[in-house]
Design a protein around this ligand. Structure first.
Ligand code: PMV
Length: 328
């Protein structure tokens, strides 16, 4: 059977997916919108082998933990079902960035596994089918399959919930500057966060107001209206954490350094620097700006203590079979 290597980017959501209306199928309550990240990616090789007695999984050079292996195996069961085969697989996966830090490693991981796994099993899925398959591994993974800027249509059932491209990567030369404040795995994973989200008294209200915000943000993205776009994506990041902090029990992802950076962003914006922030389920801050302001912003953040790493991302293509070769 062929050995296939695929590369998939992580993505940053401008409109967040938070809360699932079906936990086993990862069906969301609402649409979400994201951008693929050029420097945060997973490269995964899959090879099915009739001689194996179980799936053998390596992540970042180490044998996967039992929990990780079980999640990969469950996903590969879906691939085996589609391909009508029984063989187990050897999976070798490497990330270009630290796992579990609020950069969606599960998105790039399952998008890469969906493509490498399905091709290695002899399937040739359409873009839509690939997005649907990736979604079963991790909801946000379905957004790492199309190129560039993407919208996940929540759909009504398994077959109608998948992501589509809104505009290609070259539509808008945006930057997502990720400031890594902690590389520790977060205490409450997003699976638990999704489960708790509906217990927030503000969750219903969020679902009522989201469709308007989604339409406005999509429009600002298409028109490249940076101030309008930034204002909406920042509101969305704040709302994600309001929901997290007000669910039962509450979840606190932010750390003092996160607040320090948020305050700086607001101050610099008052001084005329066009910059906005977004956050995922973790303490790291994603600074969103246009390429023409990247240098100025990096210079300003260079002086702040507590930043353990900086990753400058451009919009990029979605999952693809490895070509050309990359060094990971
Ligand atoms: O795909 P999951 O289950 O890891 O959830 C992702 C959740 C957020 O990153 C917080 C938001 C999003 O839309 O990516």
């Amino acid at each position: 059977m062929p050995k296939i290597t695929a590369i998939a980017p992580a993505n940053i959501a401008f409109i967040k997916y938070w809360g699932k209306r079906n936990g086993s199928l990862n069906l969301p309550f609402s649409n979400s919108i994201s951008m693929n990240l050029s420097e945060c990616f997973t490269k995964t090789t899959v090879e099915f082998d009739e001689g194996l007695s179980d799936d053998a999984v390596k992540i970042d050079g180490k044998i996967a933990t039992e929990k990780e292996r079980a999640r990969v195996s469950k996903f590969l069961d879906e691939v085996r079902k589609l391909a009508k085969m029984k063989a187990y697989a050897k999976v070798d996966s490497k990330n270009s960035f630290p796992k579990g830090t609020g950069i969606a490693s599960s998105a790039s991981a399952f998008a890469a596994l969906a493509l490498a796994g399905s091709r290695a099993a002899g399937l040739n899925l359409s873009k839509k089918e690939l997005s649907i398959l990736a979604r079963l591994g991790s909801g946000s993974a379905c957004r790492s399959t199309p190129d560039g800027f993407v919208e996940w249509k929540k759909g009504t059932k398994h077959k109608t919930s998948y992501a589509v491209q809104l505009v290609p990567p070259n539509h808008w030369d945006l930057r997502d500057i990720v400031l890594i404040l902690s590389t520790k795995e977060k205490k409450v994973g997003s699976t638990e966060g999704h489960k708790l989200a509906p217990s927030s008294p503000f969750f219903k209200k969020r679902l009522q107001t989201l469709p308007k915000r989604i339409n406005s943000l999509r429009e600002a993205l298409l028109k490249k209206d940076f101030p309008g776009f930034g204002r909406l994506l920042e509101q969305e990041a704040i709302e994600l954490h309001i929901i997290a902090m007000t669910c039962n029990p509450p979840i606190f992802y932010l750390e003092p350094a996160t607040w320090e950076i948020i305050n700086k962003v607001r101050k610099w914006r008052e001084e005329g620097v066009p910059i906005f922030f977004t956050l995922d389920a973790g303490p790291n801050v994603h600074l969103i700006c246009e390429s023409k302001n990247e240098k100025e912003i990096l210079k300003r953040f260079g002086t702040i203590k507590g930043i353990q790493g900086v990753i400058v991302n451009k919009p990029t293509k979605g999952v693809h079979v490895e070509y050309p070769k990359c060094s990971l």
